[in-house]
Design a protein around this ligand. Structure first.
Ligand SMILES: *Cc1c(COP(=O)(O)O)cnc(C)c1O
Length: 348
């Protein structure tokens, strides 16, 4: 079988992509000369200020290397070892972090809930909290939401607020895994505050990597009291960057002129285009509502293998079916080439 496309870009994950020009340029600017280490530099200050502007809140901000540490350390800061964290059964903190949230919190238990389209709902939260209140059950302490979800859907502001309200009523905190927060904001077209502190989110792990940075996530505490001694947690976990300016500068590049939303919007648009193209391929069945930058589909027998033989990369292990994730730099030509190859292999 011949490779018709020989793709430069894949649909496996947005972390296959390179660094976007805005993040790259800011790193180059930060590379001019010396600056103090461990975050005492102007880039770190500027990035934190831009995040406060973006969220229209006096939040406390920390920069770490990756999402697993951001989530784990943020969750650990909300919990004691005898607490529990409620999340969706497909949540990255449960399925893809190798037990790091439990490890960094010294044993806090992750409790999983089902939910349509990768989302939790208020009734599910009520049920998990109310089914037990005795001393033998790990005391629920945090609800963790993923935005956009692992199944490529997004929580609307009122959905987050409804869960936030139930969490408050039960004395729980709300954590948000925002590895693809930018895609959710772009998809919904609302102010970032409407998806976070105004809806009851206490701490957000805001993803930079999948949005077009080389590396780095921002941990954003809307309740500053929860950030007490978080700097020590980061240092102990090996997450305090010595040359912090290179974790911070890309945020400046992304946030100062809205590049984070441009890239996310475009990735979402490419996913919408792919969705439409896949709908037209006989035998392909779309699986979850396409709301951000991922398309999930059940492919005809053998089609996945044939696509891979043509050089395409995508995942099969999340949410059933095949996942096609659009990164910030995926082009219309990439999408059309993928769809054309799929149409060919599906018709054999
Ligand atoms: C990619 C991703 C993360 C971060 O993963 P790391 O590899 O640790 O950076 C977190 N949550 C979700 C939902 C993700 O997709």
């Amino acid at each position: 079988m011949t490779t018709t496309h020989g793709p430069q870009r894949h649909f496996a994950s947005d972390n296959y992509a390179g660094i976007c020009p805005e993040a790259w340029a800011a790193m180059a600017e930060a590379n001019a000369g010396h600056a103090p280490g461990y975050g005492d530099d102007r880039w770190t200050t500027a990035a934190a200020d831009l995040l406060r502007e973006t969220f229209e809140a006096d939040c406390e901000v920390f920069f770490v290397f990756n999402g697993t540490s951001a989530n784990s350390l943020a969750l650990a800061s909300l919990c004691q070892s005898y607490h529990s964290i409620l999340c969706h059964e497909a949540a990255h903190v449960e399925t893809d972090e190798c037990g790091a949230p439990e490890f960094f919190s010294n044993g806090t238990k992750v409790l999983t809930l089902p939910g349509a389209d990768g989302k939790l709902d208020p009734a599910g939260v009520d049920h998990m909290v109310e089914r037990r209140s005795d001393i033998h059950y790990p005391k629920p302490r945090v609800v963790s939401l993923t935005q956009a979800t692992e199944l490529g859907t997004v929580y609307r502001p009122e959905e987050i607020a409804a869960i936030g309200e139930r969490a408050r009523a039960h004395g729980l905190r709300v954590h948000m895994d925002g590895a693809r927060f930018a895609n959710a904001v772009a998809a919904l077209g609302v102010a970032p505050k409407e998806l976070t502190w105004r809806a009851g989110v206490d701490v957000l792990c805001f993803g930079g990597t999948k949005n077009g940075m080389a590396v780095g996530e921002a941990v954003v505490f809307f309740d500053r009291a929860l950030a007490a001694e978080f700097d020590y947690r980061c240092k102990q976990a090996g997450q305090l960057a010595s040359k912090m300016r290179f974790l911070a500068a890309p945020w400046v590049g992304m946030l100062r002129d809205g590049a984070w939303l441009r890239h996310a919007r475009r990735a979402n648009e490419m996913a919408a285009l792919l969705e439409a193209a896949l709908r037209a391929v006989p035998g392909v069945r779309l699986l979850h509502p396409r709301q951000a930058n991922a398309v999930f589909a059940a492919l005809p027998e053998g089609a996945g293998e044939a696509l891979r033989a043509r050089g395409w990369r995508f995942y099969d292990f999340i949410g059933g079916g095949s996942r096609f994730m659009c990164a910030w730099d995926v082009t219309e030509a990439d999408v059309r080439a993928l769809a054309a190859d799929l149409a060919q292999v599906a018709s054999r």
